[in-house]
Design a protein around this ligand. Structure first.
Ligand code: XMP
Length: 520
């Protein structure tokens, strides 16, 4: 649980796929909120958290199931507004004396239309101007009798109790999901909820920056801190923030693995050393990394080699700093949120993600993680607040293992050089067409296959490459970006003309799932 001093809203998670979206909608309204799994929210937890309002999320369970997830009773005696969503609504009715029935015949998934019923409700300010509102439903069970004190304010054909409220107690319960895009007026509903709960919108990046600086100073005192810079937005923002807090007590280490993009090492080192005057160790370890990767083609083996070497190298250079007690990491809020697991089983490892995991224990370091409470877009806002150049703050994410996972199969220096050039042309194309900021991530993967082509009068036998561009909110799911055929044609022509070694360009139109964003 965080200790910041803002008004706080608690989201109790019952395992909906879209719980994080509730938090995002609220943060957009400058409301500080945290998501916690229902198992953890006890009455003691509630007292310590002291929320100004509570939201009960949706979830896949049925209130009839054995051990059905429930909020602690204290939620309803805190005297603060409570909003139940989907399963959250059913739980409210179940606990407060209403009736929920199994869904036979009334399961409703997808778009539905709610019409107004009953009197005015502050929660619905701005709703129903055109008579009805589109909402997104996703439920099997349904409420068949309201708990005492509740009234209906909106109905849909399959959900007679789509919007309900007990205005005396400030309890609100809706059957649909206001947090998803398919409920166009959903953001308005959240805005109304936090307004009636008395939130003043005190969660701004300016205020957060000052507070984060104070907290870093309190935590670190006069100790030294080291920070691994990857060139990505998160570690960069963390470094600049910490530097602003403790100045030269911070030293950054940039490990050049030889797997960076064109001009990347110079750009990152230049920015930090020259513009910010942050003490920086630039460790060129490309020989080591590329040497150990030589001949390796299995994706997990490659990832493990890189992860292991990174720890060794970082440790070696960090020792040079002498006496550091803290390690700074750009951990974000989505990495911290504990997910609700009903099965209790371990999830499958799709990829062993590389970060500096393992380092703190190995080196006996304590962690400074000043971005733990932030979503990616908030990190970007904080970066702007700290004066980082817009071009840097808006950069697409770049994975720790770098170009290694964009070079499926064996990695060679020749392939890396070709890949760097092709990637630079592709990104240049995207920027020229003004598309960079619409895309979550774009890159080229060089394929482990050569194909036959004809250039001028001659035969070519060169590598094929794949262009990847996706839209995403958090990298967990993604859609391919719908470039125009003109754009794709022009880009293919440029790559083939400007990059010796490539004679065929393809566009990857796989979404995630079932694909992943990176090729390995
Ligand atoms: P995938 O390929 O798993 O990628 O769909 C999701 C997001 O994570 C990034 N990615 C990584 N980031 N270390 C990182 O720091 C890694 O090992 C790693 N692998 C993938 C990927 O670029 C995308 O943004």
């Amino acid at each position: 649980m965080s200790t910041n001093s803002h008004d706080r809203l608690l989201i109790i998670d019952f395992g909906s796929q879209v719980t994080q979206l509730i938090a995002r909608r609220l943060r957009e309204l400058n409301v500080y909120c945290e998501i916690h799994p229902f198992q953890k929210v006890t009455d003691a937890f509630l007292a310590a958290f002291a929320p100004k309002a509570v939201i009960l999320s949706g979830g896949p369970a049925s209130v009839f199931a054995d051990g059905a997830p429930m909020p602690p009773a204290g939620v309803f005696t805190l005297g603060v507004p409570v909003l139940g969503i989907c399963y959250g609504q059913q739980v409210m009715m179940h606990v407060l004396g209403g009736k929920v029935e199994r869904g036979h015949g009334t399961a409703e998934f997808g778009r539905a239309y709610v019409t107004a019923k009953g009197g005015d409700l502050p929660l619905l300010e701005g709703w129903f101007a055109d008579g009805r509102e589109q909402v997104w439903m996703s439920h099997g069970d349904h409420v068949s009798r309201l708990a005492p004190g509740f009234e209906v304010y909106g109905t849909s054909p399959n959900a007679p109790f789509a919007i309900t409220a007990d205005t005396d107690r400030n309890f609100y319960a809706v059957q649909f999901h206001p947090e998803v895009h398919h409920t166009p007026k959903g953001a308005q509903l959240y805005e109304n909820f936090v307004a009636l709960a008395g939130f003043g919108g005190d969660w701004t990046m300016g205020a957060y920056k000052d507070e984060a600086i104070r907290r870093i100073r309190d935590q670190v005192g006069t100790s030294k801190v080291i920070c691994g810079l990857s060139g990505g937005v998160d570690s960069s923002v963390a470094a600049v923030l910490i530097h602003e807090a403790i100045g030269d007590q911070l030293t950054c280490v940039f490990v050049d693995t030889g797997l960076m993009r064109q001009g990347e090492a110079a750009e990152v080192v230049g920015m930090f050393r020259d513009n910010y005057n942050i003490p920086l160790i630039h460790a060129d370890e490309s020989e080591l990394f590329l040497g150990r990767l030589d001949g390796q083609s299995d994706p997990e083996t490659k990832r493990k080699i890189i992860g292991g070497l990174f720890i060794d190298v970082f440790q070696k250079h960090a020792h040079a700093v002498g006496g550091a007690e803290f390690l700074a990491q750009g951990t974000l809020y989505p990495d911290v949120i504990e997910s609700v697991s009903f099965s209790g089983g371990p999830s499958v490892t799709i990829k062993s993600h590389h970060n500096v995991g393992g380092l703190p224990e190995k080196m006996g370091l304590k962690l400074v993680e000043p971005l733990r409470e932030l979503f990616k877009d908030e990190v970007r806002a904080l970066g702007r607040e700290l004066g980082l150049p817009a071009s840097f703050v808006g950069r697409h994410p770049f994975p720790g293992p770098g170009l290694a996972i964009r070079c499926p199969g064996e990695i060679t220096r020749e392939k890396l050089a070709i890949l760097r050039q092709a990637d630079a042309v592709y990104i240049d194309q995207i920027r020229r067409h003004g598309l960079y900021d619409e895309i979550w991530q774009a890159f080229v993967a060089i394929l482990p296959v050569k194909t036959v082509g004809v250039m001028g009068d001659g035969r070519t036998y060169d590598y094929a490459c794949a262009l990847r561009a996706v839209t995403s909110v958090d990298g967990m799911t993604a859609d391919y970006y719908p470039f125009s055929h003109e754009f794709l044609g022009e880009t293919a022509t440029r790559i083939i003309n400007e990059v010796p070694g490539i004679n065929r360009v393809t566009y990857d139109v796989t979404s995630k799932p079932p694909g992943t964003i990176e090729w390995e």
